[in-house]
Design a protein around this ligand. Sequence first.
Ligand code: SAM
Length: 330
Amino acid sequence: MLDSYNRDINYLRISITDRCNLRCIYCRPMEGVSLTGHDDILRYEEILRVVSRAVTLGFVKVRLTGGEPLVRRGFVEFAADLKKTKGLEDISLTTNGILLEKYAEAIFKAGITRINISLDSMDKDKYAQITRGGNLDDVFRGIAAAEKAGFSPIKINTVIVKGFNDNEVLDFARLALTKPFQVRFIEIMPVSPVNGGLTADFLPNRELLETIGRHFRLTPLAVKKHKTDGPARIFTLPDGRGEIGFIDPVSDHFCATCNRLRLMADGKLRACLLKDEEVDIKAALRQNCSDDELDALIRRAIRLKPERHDLDCTDRHLKKCHRDMSDIGG
Ligand code: SAM
């Protein structure tokens, strides 16, 4: 379905829980967040209903995120049910990988074969610091389990924080040499109550590209292959098994090609990651709304999509959303 700016909105990102087993410094407050009660979270069957209506409106792609999706009980069964949705062409998962060793094989068998794993440092101490307590070995075991299970592609999402992990940029690039992973650098977004002051830590991706380009010959890959492909600029390395991607939501926003709508765990449809306009669908779902009513709410959320976000990384333009990223699902 087209939005007010003629963009085809066909990609639903679903945050299935606002709970997480990590507290990444740029994502979630140290003391945790006010967690939505169990009854206030969309039930799996409600999510499935929304997806099936979204598909009739032209959505073909879904990504499951959180919070940390793997901490929600029943995830594997839910994934298998989601996979049965007729017309849904692409289901993928974003996870921090901590629980992946346990679940990778079952998730793959349930039919999810594309996975993004967040990894901001390959140094054990730094990883523990940036995630406030995460164990890097768990993630490495999770990644190995994902490889073994057969996930393809495996994408590694890395947020570089200036002065903290920018010294690891080349190590991450080398990972794409030796492993068949797409290693993606995502610019830190200073959006939420938790990191609204992080502008000093912002590094534009063009600096990372320059650094990597001084050591490796990067060849840009041709433009999008599929209409639902994301906004990453992808490069290959000579003899590299993997690829390197850059996602620049701040320095080079890609709003003109945005194709997304977000469904959050508390039942709000969010029109833009970086703006607070939302449509509540949980109330309607719980009052047994008709399919037409549900469709109308989804259409309303699509109409709310702004032409672009107004975030940049100067102090003057610090953006404050009322939600943390862990709430929205990244
Ligand atoms: N728990 C899962 C994970 O860690 O991948 C899924 C949710 S997490 C919010 C999704 C992605 O958002 C992660 O890759 C995380 O690094 C990214 N993220 C969170 N806050 C961010 C921020 N302020 N700027 C850029 N990326 C952010």
